[in-house]
Design a protein around this ligand. Sequence first.
Ligand SMILES: *Cc1c(COP(=O)(O)O)cnc(C)c1O
Length: 222
Amino acid sequence: MYLAKNKTEIFNNVENFSKSSTRTQDVKVIAVTKYVEAEVAHQLIETGVRHIGENRVDKFLDKYHALADQPVTWHLIGSLQRRKVKDIINFVDYFHALDSVKLAQEIDKRADHVINCFLQVNLSGEATKHGFLQDDINQALEEIAELPNINLVGLMTMAPQEASQAELESLFEATYQLKEEIRARKITNMPMTELSMGMSGDYSIAIKHGATFVRIGTAFFQ
Ligand SMILES: *Cc1c(COP(=O)(O)O)cnc(C)c1O
């Protein structure tokens, strides 16, 4: 069964990469199930996966309702339109794509409890990527600090698809350093202990630079 085999291989890789990383972090694997139906996601859970990620609201809700009794943590990893916040936010354990202050304000308003969020940052400045540009981050943090229903657990980033190994190294390292810098400010609703970075093609490099959540899709299902 390829699911079980892929799962074992991915979890072994993650353990080995994190052991050889100079940053001795605990790394959680989010299985990104956007390519498969709920039934396949269920089989994956049976292999021992405990974090499920979806990038779209409709697909998140399908899986969430189909697998409501399963012992998993639910991650919304893709961008969220403000008008859809009320339909989903209270079901999400971690939201990885907080990319505007207006979205944060809408989440704060619609949440019935404190929501764990990652600030999505775009330190490469690539125009097609979502996420805060370097120059806009401090202003955003000031405004988000006023929102009691937002808990900023860390930063999330996505590398440009064509990035070289050297570019990935410097992007992931810059994201780690920024996370540490914000954490040192000790802002009440910003513990900043987590880093969501690394996908099927680049999770070894992300873990080397301090990722605590990797978001892996393709490698589970190939
Ligand atoms: C699809 C997706 C992933 C997983 O990517 P793979 O290359 O399939 O591992 C990770 N993060 C986000 C935001 C995604 O949309």
